[in-house]
Design a protein around this ligand. Structure first.
Ligand SMILES: [Zn+2]
Length: 264
């Protein structure tokens, strides 16, 4: 990942903004620390803050039916938590749970909303992320219905790796069950299959990806599709509406670097 983005913000969406836009959003605040298993949002709960993760990552989980829960998205340094505010809604539809501890920029909801109004470039950048976010949700719906558990596990582990910025991370059995929407025995079976192929090592929650390329081959096509959508959305030279400002052009150039960074 280019040093520039790390130095400026650490979050790829913030890095795609101009220094003025970033300053308007973040003010003089320092990043906060997100702790493992911290809840940042509940279904039906009011959104008080928007989070732009730097190192940590957040799992988005649907409200349970008969105590069963399903993870439908992951937010790391490529994204943000709080997209309903972009649509003028201040209520969370999902549970947001920190699965990877680390720093994040936190912006209160009022500042965020005011910034969207005063700096249209911020909205332009974040609307593109909103599109990616919705596309990923649709992809996950297809994935959960049609793809095999082992391939889905490989996909989610790769997504977690990208957001953890490491091939080694802690992931509980319970969280893997959320990821896949299956019982724990199903998790054990899929993880064991990937271990037998020497793609991962999993022991008491400590997971190591041993062969990234092999795991990519084992993953369902959704992993590559998600990255393609992100790349296409942020590297498009001309705006979907037909025009964009010089400032947005610069943002798109940087966003092109973002897309290549996340594709690494
Ligand atoms: Zn899939």
């Amino acid at each position: 990942m280019p040093q520039l983005k790390r130095a400026t913000a650490g979050n790829l969406l913030l890095a795609a903004m101009s220094a003025e836009e970033r300053g308007r959003l973040l003010g003089g605040e320092a990043p906060i620390n997100m702790t493992f298993s911290e809840t940042l949002g509940e279904p039906g709960g009011r959104i008080h803050h928007v989070y732009f993760p730097i190192e940590g990552f957040i799992s988005l989980i649907t409200p349970g039916v008969d105590r069963a829960q399903l993870e439908i998205g992951l937010v790391g340094s490529e994204g943000m938590l709080g997209v309903p505010l972009l649509l003028g809604v201040n209520v969370s539809p999902l549970r947001a749970l920190v699965q990877g501890a680390g720093r994040a920029w936190r912006v209160d909801a009022a500042t965020f909303t005011q910034s969207l109004e005063s700096h249209p470039g911020i909205r332009t950048t974040l609307n593109r992320y909103l599109y990616v976010f919705v596309a990923q949700l649709m992809q996950t719906a297809t994935c959960t219905r049609f793809h095999l558990v082992e391939a889905r596990l490989a996909r989610w582990l790769l997504m977690t790796r990208d957001r953890a910025h490491s091939s080694q991370f802690h992931v509980t059995h319970e969280f893997l069950a959320y990821m896949l929407g299956v019982r724990r025995v199903g998790v054990t079976s899929a993880a064991s299959a990937l271990q037998r192929r020497n793609l991962i090592r999993y022991n008491r929650g400590d997971l190591a990806i041993l062969d990234v390329r092999g795991l990519e081959r084992a993953a369902c096509s959704c992993y590559a599709t998600d990255k393609k959508i992100y790349s296409r959305t942020f590297t498009k030279k001309t705006d979907r509406a037909g025009s964009h400002s010089v400032g947005q052009t610069a943002a798109m150039k940087l966003a092109g670097e973002i897309a290549s960074a996340i594709s690494c």
